[in-house]
Design a protein around this ligand. Structure first.
Ligand code: SF4
Ligand code: SF4
Length: 758
């Protein structure tokens, strides 16, 4: 949060900046100087770069940020974009009272993609109870004029919503109607800042007037079909994700004051003079240093950072002790429940008393085509076993088609004829080889005329495929098989590494035996597991997992299709360690998300170890031409590995769907901003992202049932990403009709995920 101007043109009597305990504003410069803005932008960029953050949110705040004027704001926005966007996605926002908003400023905000939130407390009586000029005059018409500007089609993209501070003396129905009349994309309701030293106004004898007031507004909202997103109500639902004011997610806000001081979240100004101070500034201190301040660090601890009463509270995962500032009491500091505690408890009860939002109606299944049914099934987030079988079958068809295309490039027909014969005599053996994930990758490589010149581009993969099938079938055969880097690799079986082989070797297979002749080499390898091991034969290794067996694929030359360095053959202990982690991770997937486990069992056949990279210890990948395999860094923790497997398997499934259907309009060049990447993404990339994140959300939500701390925070984090991505995709108008249907159903699954986590 950047406090770009420390004075205001309104004089609201509920303002925590000027009217509450902290008065540090008096000693601050009126506006943030260019030098301070530059240092702030550099600090943010430095932090984003060092931590490889996918996104940074910067909120221009005050006082009143519009007092900076159009020229000052343009300079500041340009500085922020220039410094930060090379390193991360910059989500720019502003919170304003709206009084000075005009067309020129709106154009500027659209140009710099700034989302503008306006503070507005409702109908005239409600708004002007507090939000007035110093001379006492009303701000109501000024703010409504600003909201009308933001509603105009050309500026609507910059309209973020309304921030409304409630007052229980106002009529909740009239406030609700006044807010809705402004068609905001989102409404934030704020409890008036108060502490145990200065408790909130409670007129009359009612013990929980805030719960009553908000309960009334909640009921109107539910009865109306939740026509606008109201963050407080959504955040308080089970699995709702929380906000700065609710839930256990780590606090992620730091403030840069107009003089460059790092401060804690500014609502603390309501507690005592200097409550938000850290003693650090952007000139001498990094974000990390400011974030290590005890007041910030304790807010990373979830429930452990709360008082004993809150820790024992049955709704702590949703309330999270309320807003940090509202816990303040002289003597015990912040080690208290919220001063709104009884209201919050009752409000959560109220939210629970109403049925969850009805997810968008699923499509009428009776009217769907088989295509729709397949997409609908996958849009549940995982897909059934029969859908997985169908995807695997279509992938096999594609491989067979590529095989036939390669035959036309092959210099000889011997391998093809052997395959045709085996396909009749031992179809299971051929099928087992063709289903190996890297057979298709090899065929594509062979057919790709743009492949870089080199050995692999020249290698005909058919003889090795046919030889592997013959060996599996126990059918004697002899073929000339191309050699790559002194090795012949037989998919699914292993590699024969013989230095001195020429470009091609004569390979003869007999049941349990492999004989090779080429150049100066002549060797026979017994494949009987009881025979003494051969130094030149490197068999594939597999691991028993709940779904069957999965290959540790560290030998096939076409496993380099991930655009990332792959690990060379693992030594025995490393292979066994990875095998144990994979088996344990698979169990974890069965424990956390059985529906995803079934999809994993149904299709994942091989795991490729990626080469370690100290800068990025946690990497994983999927390749469109290698269905049935995922690549991962050999991370030792099964819980982490389980998330990687589920995440990547989503990409694999969606890749198989995209082989069949255009979910994005062909030729679409739109780029969409998403929270998990700094660069705008093509629609297909966003689609892949939301499909993977939906599954990861489901994993964390399952874990949150037993670990409301970190797991809840992760679940909320991925839920937010998925929601934002799905909404951005639907708004992009880049999807085909099938894509619209698929993503619409995903949205439905997402809402059910939230409801299901109750
Ligand atoms: S508009 Fe905001 S900053 Fe200005 S006085 Fe009112 S509450 Fe305070
Ligand atoms: S309802 Fe009260 S006790 Fe429970 S978490 Fe919130 S503030 Fe703490």
């Amino acid at each position: 949060m950047l406090k770009v101007h420390s004075r205001c043109d309104l004089s609201c009597d509920h303002c925590y900046v000027y009217q509450h305990a902290d008065q540090t504003w008096r000693g601050r410069p009126v506006r943030m100087s260019a030098a301070t803005a530059q240092s702030a932008a550099r600090r943010i960029a430095e932090h984003a770069r060092e931590h490889e953050l996918p996104v940074v949110h910067v909120v221009l705040h005050g006082g009143e940020p519009l007092l900076l004027g159009a020229a000052g704001l343009r300079e500041l926005l340009a500085e922020l974009r220039a410094a930060i966007t090379p390193w991360t996605r910059l989500d720019l926002r502003m919170q304003t009272n709206g009084v000075l908003l005009d067309e020129e400023l709106c154009r500027l905000f659209v140009e710099y993609d700034v989302q503008v939130g306006v503070s507005f407390d409702g109908d005239r009586a409600a708004n002007d109870r507090h939000r007035v000029f110093a001379h006492g005059g009303s701000s109501h018409d000024h703010v409504r004029r600003a909201l009308a500007l933001l509603r105009r089609p050309e500026f609507r993209a910059s309209y973020a919503g309304i921030l409304c501070t409630i007052d229980v003396r106002n009529d909740p129905d009239r406030v609700y109607e006044a807010l809705l009349a402004e068609s905001p994309p989102r409404v934030d309701l704020l409890l008036p800042h108060a502490t145990w030293d200065h408790p909130p106004l409670r007129p009359g004898s009612e013990p929980t007037p805030y719960a009553t007031w908000l309960g009334r507004l909640h009921r109107r909202w539910v009865d109306d079909g939740r026509p606008v997103s109201i963050r407080m109500f959504e955040a308080l639902r089970p699995g709702g994700g929380g906000t700065e004011a609710f839930g256990l997610a780590p606090a992620d806000v730091l403030v840069i004051e107009a003089d460059g001081s790092w401060e804690q979240v500014d609502s603390l100004k309501t507690a005592y003079h200097g409550a938000a101070d850290t003693g650090f500034d952007v000139f001498d201190n990094s974000v990390d240093e400011a974030a290590r301040h005890p007041g910030v660090a304790i807010r990373q601890d979830g429930a452990d950072g709360l008082c004993a009463t809150c820790r024992a509270c049955p709704v702590v995962d949703r309330c999270g002790g309320g807003l940090y500032a509202h816990r303040w009491r002289t003597g015990s500091g912040f080690d208290n429940p919220s001063v709104y505690c009884p209201d919050l408890l009752r409000l959560i009860d109220t939210v629970d008393a109403y049925p969850p939002p009805t997810p968008p109606a699923p499509a009428d299944r009776s009217a769907t085509s088989p295509v729709d049914e397949l997409l609908d099934d996958l849009a549940t987030g995982h897909g059934s076993a029969s859908t997985l079988a169908l995807l695997a079958a279509t992938q096999l068809s594609i491989t067979r088609a590529l095989l036939a295309a390669c035959r036309d490039r092959s210099g000889t027909t011997a391998a093809w004829e052997l395959l045709v014969h085996l396909d009749r005599a031992a179809p299971e053996a051929v099928r087992a080889v063709l289903e190996h994930p890297f057979v298709r990758a090899g065929l594509v490589h062979r057919l790709d005329s743009s492949a870089p010149p080199g050995l692999s581009a020249a290698v005909d993969p058919l003889p090795a495929i046919a030889t592997a099938a013959a060996l599996r079938a126990g059918v004697p055969a002899t073929l000339h098989v191309p050699v790559r880097a002194d090795a012949i690799t037989l998919p699914t079986l292993g590699s024969l590494v013989l230095p001195g082989l020429t470009e091609s070797a004569e390979v003869t297979v007999r049941p349990g035996e492999l004989q090779v002749r080429g150049g100066s080499v002549e060797q026979t390898v017994l494949l009987d597991p009881l025979a003494p091991p051969s130094a030149s034969w490197r068999p594939t290794r597999d691991v028993a997992v709940p779904g069957g067996r999965v290959l540790l694929e560290d030998g096939d030359p076409y496993r380099d299709c991930y655009g990332q360095p792959v690990e060379s053959r693992l030594e025995g202990p490393a292979a066994r360690a990875l095998g144990r982690t994979l088996a344990a991770a698979w169990e974890v997937v069965h424990r956390d998300v059985p529906a995803h486990a079934a999809a994993l069992d149904g299709g994942l056949r091989a795991v490729v170890p990626l080469a370690p990279d100290p800068a990025r210890p946690l990497r994983s990948a999927t390749a469109r031409h290698a269905f049935g395999a995922v690549a991962v860094t050999p991370h030792p923790d099964p819980e982490t590995m389980a998330v990687l497997l589920v995440h990547e398997w989503q990409h694999a499934k969606l890749g198989a769907v995209l082989d069949l259907y255009d979910l994005v309009e062909p030729g679409e060049s739109t780029r969409i901003r998403v929270p998990w990447r700094p660069d705008p993404r093509p629609p297909e990339g966003v689609l892949q992202g939301v499909y993977a994140h939906l599954a990861v959300t489901q994993v964390w939500q399952s874990r949150a049932a037993t670990d409301p701390g970190d797991a809840s925070a992760h679940a909320a984090h991925f839920l937010g990403w998925t929601r934002d991505g799905v909404d951005a995709l639907l708004a992009s108008r880049s999807l085909s009709a099938a894509g619209e249907r698929f993503v619409g159903q995903l949205r439905h699954a997402l809402e059910e995920t939230v409801v299901g986590s109750r």
